[in-house]
Design a protein around this ligand. Structure first.
Ligand code: SIN
Ligand code: MN
Length: 283
């Protein structure tokens, strides 16, 4: 799949592009179908909310599930990512972010690049965050909120917040956010299951709590140009992958028909996993 000229322009101007109904109901059902088994695993890659203990983020899904191993090579994700990156890319991070009904917590205002720079020594803000909505994302269940055009400010000063939520995150201060919103406004990314959303590493974003009765599940693949690979290894492998092999695409029908897939999934040995306390931050 390729982005149209209009979609490319939206990405350049606003910092993100959103396309509804990119994946079918059947494909989304396959993605959702894997999650109860994955969430039931007691391992550090399942990062839980402090209060409710519900899964907040489940990491390294492409190493834990054949469906997600194929999804990260899907041409409807990787075609646009290659087009926007203009060079070979590797898988930096995969996860599902869930906001459980009634208890899903906030993601404070941030740029993903702050974490990529501070924690991983990524040189340039060229990574892409590629989302697939597994549940409907609506006004009430904690959609991502963007400040359009904020990516054009480049990397902004951030500070490590270890207090306000269940995990530490490099965040932006309220004065900065107030000024950015005065200039760019604020929008939320809503859509049906199967929607595709792509945003860049310096777009300012966050999301509020889910006080609705509707779960909000979003798959996220972060790709990075191989020439921009991390220069430090502070975070565990499963939160920032160190294998910089170029991503190659499978067939468009690969989720439904795996017959052209090259083989079984890899699995992470549980004894190599670090504890959640030392795991670091999500983006
Ligand atoms: C969210 O899932 O609401 C936030 C994800 C992110 O900050 O990248
Ligand atoms: Mn983020």
């Amino acid at each position: 799949m390729k982005l149209t000229d209009k979609q490319l322009e939206n990405f350049r101007e606003s910092g993100f592009v959103m396309i509804p109904n990119v994946f079918s109901r059947e494909e989304v059902a396959l993605m959702q179908g894997e999650l109860p088994r994955l969430f039931a695993e007691n391992r550090a890659e399942n990062y839980r909310e402090k209060q409710s203990r519900e899964v907040r983020s489940a990491f390294a899904l492409h190493l834990r599930s054949d469906i997600y191993r194929r999804l990260v090579k899907h041409p409807r994700l990787i075609g646009p990512a290659l087009q926007l990156s203009n060079e070979e890319i590797y898988i930096m991070q995969t996860k599902v972010n869930v906001k459980a009904a009634f208890s899903g917590e906030v993601w404070q205002w941030h740029q993903d690049f702050s974490t990529h720079k501070e924690e991983d020594g990524v040189p340039r803000p060229d990574a892409l965050n590629i989302h697939v909505f597994i549940d409907e994302v609506n006004e009430f269940n904690g959609p991502l909120t963007f400040i359009p055009g904020s990516h054009r400010r480049g990397p902004l000063n951030s500070a490590l917040d270890t207090e306000t939520t269940s995990y530490p995150l490099w965040t932006l201060d309220q004065d900065t956010i107030t000024k950015l919103i005065a200039d760019g406004g604020i929008v939320s990314a809503k859509g049906p299951p199967g929607s595709l959303l792509i945003f860049g590493d310096t777009l300012v974003h966050g999301s509020s709590i889910n006080m609705s009765p509707w779960r909000r599940t979003i798959f996220s693949l972060i790709t990075n140009p191989i020439s921009n690979a991390q220069t430090t290894n502070k975070r565990p492998e499963w939160i920032h992958h160190q294998d910089t092999s170029p991503i190659t695409c499978l067939d468009d029908n690969c989720l439904i028909d795996p017959s052209n897939d090259e083989g079984p999934s890899h699995t992470i040995e549980t004894d190599s996993i670090q504890s959640v306390e030392t795991a670091g931050n999500s983006p």
